[in-house]
Design a protein around this ligand. Structure first.
Ligand code: ADP
Length: 280
């Protein structure tokens, strides 16, 4: 046995250079916000859909771009089975609940896996950002895939991103990925609006809070990296049910406690961008 570490190949050592890229805005929207999670299964798509619907409820015009090419969730969560229309040049987003939506899941059979290499994913992202007739939107909410891969790089380097929200559950294993995600956005110059602790606790019939995945980890991570902690969203089985039924909780039941939490997130986002814009 030797202590010597194996050498990395030149390709593995190569880093993302802080090259200056021309960042194109997505035509048809004022602001583009990424919802990112670094790890899968923490509720990123649930957050993206419900935030979009909450923003709509407070009078914003919203689009949702499902950038998760390998695991699109938006068609299921919005209950959309139709294909987008095309004029031969551009695709029209599919409109549901007054939200303009685009997903690779509208174009491919839902059960067919996308067996694509990186460049094809990048090309799909370019189509969704440049060849979709997004119209008169205040916000496009981008549902990012988990991780720190090609899609994140394409968005951060080539598209004008106005902010990112990082969603996590409080377990250590998810937080490790969150730290990598924070460093990635910082390095690529995308402003992180804050961190959200999803499925942070479950309130039993006895009124007690049960921290199933640990407690306070997301807030601590936000403090460690000097980012804003945006808040907690508890576990509610109705959230999962409504997403599975194609009508997210904010649309299905705006009076639900979780819907009210989303409404507060939406008010905050609106105040950061649209109110600031009016004042300037
Ligand atoms: P991701 O996009 O990070 O992979 P999803 O949004 O698909 O995660 O969520 C994973 C699962 O967790 C889904 O079944 C979803 O309904 C459920 N879920 C997300 N947030 C909550 C919540 N606050 N309470 C209960 N279930 C939730």
């Amino acid at each position: 046995m030797t202590d010597k570490k194996p050498e990395l190949s030149a390709a593995m050592k190569s880093k993302v250079e802080p090259k200056v890229f021309k960042k194109n805005p997505i035509i048809g929207t004022k602001f583009t916000i990424a919802i990112s999670s670094a790890k899968g299964g923490v509720g990123k798509s649930t957050f993206a859909t419900n935030l979009a619907l909450a923003l709509k409820q407070i009078g914003c015009k919203v689009g949702i771009l499902d950038a998760d090419i390998y695991g699109p969730s938006i068609p299921k969560m919005f209950g959309i089975n139709e294909k987008p229309k095309s004029d031969g040049q551009k695709l029209d987003p599919v409109v549901k609940y007054d939200i303009q939506c685009m997903s690779i899941g509208f174009l491919a059979d839902q059960q067919t896996p996308m067996i694509w290499r990186g460049p094809m994913v990048t090309s799909a992202i370019k189509t969704f950002t440049q060849k979709v007739n997004w119209k008169d939107l205040d916000f496009i909410i981008v549902d990012m895939p988990p991780g720190t891969g090609d899609t994140q790089l394409t968005f951060s380097q080539e598209i004008k991103m106005d902010g990112a929200i990082i969603v996590s559950t409080p377990q250590e294993v998810a937080l490790l990925d969150v730290k990598r995600g924070i460093k990635m956005f910082d390095k690529l110059g995308v402003k992180i609006l804050g961190l959200v602790d999803n499925m942070s606790f479950f309130k039993g019939d006895d009124g007690k809070k049960y921290n199933l995945f640990g407690e306070g980890g997301v807030k601590k991570t936000a403090e460690e990296f000097k980012k804003e902690f945006l808040g907690e969203i508890p576990i509610d089985p109705n959230v999962g049910k409504s997403g599975d039924n194609g009508k997210p909780i904010v649309e299905e039941n705006p009076d639900n406690e979780i819907s009210k939490i989303y409404l507060n997130f939406a008010k905050k986002i609106k105040s950061i961008y649209l109110l600031d814009q009016k004042q300037s």
